[in-house]
Write a protein that binds this ligand. Structure first.
Ligand code: 2DE
Ligand code: MG
Ligand code: MG
Ligand code: MG
Ligand code: MG
Length: 322
């Protein structure tokens, strides 16, 4: 029964991260500052928390952990800004998105700016290995997003393809964060690999839940419009399970073929998925991934409160509602 902020060292580490993020905002030129400030001071900060806690599993908090955590949030935020352009999303974290307010032109550049900031920080602190973990993750994120765009409105997308997509677009960065934590604590490749696996599996679970919430959540809790994935033609795991039944595949194949899903069809699809066992199956799949994450983590010899906290974070990601 450990609460994240009951551990003073984690709380302290995250405060340092928040301060550094504020510095990034305040040191940016006024125009950029205005555009990005609403995004950097909100959000769950899962990635920096993972860097900090993964590091503290193995050593006391150090500067490298903090700077790497800051970079992880900058990269994540940059990817969200670009993601909202790609997905045509108007709303995130209960605010209009940058692309909505300022247009795509500015949003692309705001993302690029944060992206560059992340690597400025990593480079200033000689975090070579962590830089490579992040660079590799970003390669994967880009290829995941391209994979996803190639499968839009494709009713025959398989569970395997879906998992490949989410592991690239989401799990890769979460995995890199956990590896970076261990690296900054001076751990060897064996431990770093296990931490990477932990993050990879947790990241897969995390995106499956994100996709379930897109169906079951409401705009107020999510801070972003619900059921947006279908509008964009992104067939998530619950729908893949639904379409395994021929009658549903037959019912919706023409709708998807038009490559545009009107409001009525969207409501029908959501109604059908809510009345099937598909959401439960998807939730169970996420649970399986969390089990695998914990299994990997348990191969790490250390036994301490930080490891318990990572286990709790992975379990909590199943129950979240935003
Ligand atoms: C979230 O999926 C996945 C985001 C990965 C985005 C990666 C990009 C390439 P969602 P939500 C754009 C990398 C770019 C960089 C690093 C600048 O389900 O529901 O669309 O939060 O997320 O919109
Ligand atoms: Mg999106
Ligand atoms: Mg997206
Ligand atoms: Mg989503
Ligand atoms: Mg998300």
């Amino acid at each position: 029964n450990i609460e994240l902020y009951d551990i003073p060292q984690v709380h302290y580490g995250m405060q340092l991260v928040e301060n550094e993020l504020l510095k990034v905002i305040s040191k940016s030129d006024t125009m950029i500052c205005e555009i990005i400030k609403g995004l950097l001071n909100t959000g769950k900060k899962i990635r920096p928390k993972l860097v900090i806690i993964s590091g503290m599993c193995f050593d006391e908090l150090n500067e490298k952990m903090v700077y790497t955590a800051v970079a992880s949030e900058l990269i994540h935020t940059a990817s969200l800004i670009h993601d909202d352009i790609i997905d045509g999303s108007d709303y995130r974290r209960n605010k209009p998105t940058i692309n909505y307010t300022y247009g795509n032109y500015v949003a692309v550049l705001a993302g690029d700016f944060l992206f560059a900031k992340a690597f400025e920080i990593l480079s200033n602190h000689y975090l070579t290995k962590c830089t490579l973990y992040f660079v590799k993750a970003i390669h994967e994120m880009c290829s995941g997003e391209i994979l996803q765009s190639n499968r839009r409105f494709d009713i025959s997308i398989t569970e395997h393809e879906y998992i490949l997509n989410i592991s690239k677009k989401t799990a890769s960065l979460i995995s890199a964060c956990c590896m970076a934590g261990a690296e900054n604590a001076g751990e060897d490749d064996y431990v770093i690999t296990l931490m990477g696996l932990f993050g990879y599996y947790m990241g897969c679970a995390f995106q499956i839940i994100d996709d379930i919430l897109d169906i079951t959540g409401n705009q107020e809790e999510l801070g972003k419009p619900a059921a947006h994935d279908l509008t964009e033609g992104n067939i998530s795991l619950p729908f893949i399970y639904l379409f395994e039944e021929t009658r549903y595949k037959d019912r919706y194949k023409d709708v998807l073929n038009k490559k545009q899903i009107d409001r009525e069809a969207k409501e029908d699809m959501i109604h059908d998925v809510l009345n099937s066992d598909s959401l439960l199956r998807a939730k169970n799949k996420a649970r399986e991934y969390v089990d695998k994450a914990i299994e990997s983590l348990c191969k790490v010899p250390q036994q301490n409160v930080y490891k318990e906290l990572l286990i709790k974070m992975s379990l909590d990601s199943l129950e979240r509602c935003y």
